[in-house]
Write a protein that binds this ligand. Sequence first.
Ligand SMILES: N[C@@H](CCC(=O)N[C@@H](CS)C(=O)NCC(=O)O)C(=O)O
Length: 216
Amino acid sequence: MERVLHTYYRSSSAYRVRIALNLKGLDARHIPIHLTRGGGEQFSAEYRRLNPLALVPVLTEGALQLSQSLAILEYLDERYPTPPLLPASIEGRAKARQLASTIACEIHPLNNLRVLKYLTDKLGLSEAAKLDWIAHWIRLGFEALEAELGTSTARGAFCVGDHPTIADCCLIPQLFNAQRFRIDLAPYPTLVGIQGNCEALPAFQAAHPARQADAE
Ligand SMILES: N[C@@H](CCC(=O)N[C@@H](CS)C(=O)NCC(=O)O)C(=O)O
């Protein structure tokens, strides 16, 4: 059964899925979808058949066609349980989901390409105002994550415990994104510590945007 990931090297949602696939030792053929070239390959009729929302990633496996990175992470975890991407306890699983949702629902969507394009192209915001917007939502989310993780008794080397979970799959791409926009990470020492632990692992290293075939 062929597994295919529609991805873009710099997409943090696709980066989440690449990390999860690597952690589980699963191969996937990558089909790059360039999000800006020619107005954006995600808007082609062919791609919209895979995801009518015109967003990456999409994972296909046999007859299954799946978008939404959090759903993909949970699917992979249920289909290929070892090693798990969720902690053993109910409380730990809930906490990992909460942290992943904080990133995937509260930070990332506000800074997505189509939102940023709307701000500049439709609402006429300047480039500087757009960068302020990006930094604002990242800082707001990171402050909350740092406040929680900095005092968490559930935290170990990773967001929840001593094994990477879906929370780490979401955190590392969001930190990459913050660094891309030159956001000072000094106020978030706990997040940076977790980042160091994750980036020591080959699964995270191989998923990095710079290591992708479509990297520019
Ligand atoms: N909630 C979705 C978000 C997917 C998403 O926003 N993908 C971005 C890249 S990270 C995208 O395809 N953007 C294209 C656009 O905005 O036109 C998920 O987690 O998969």
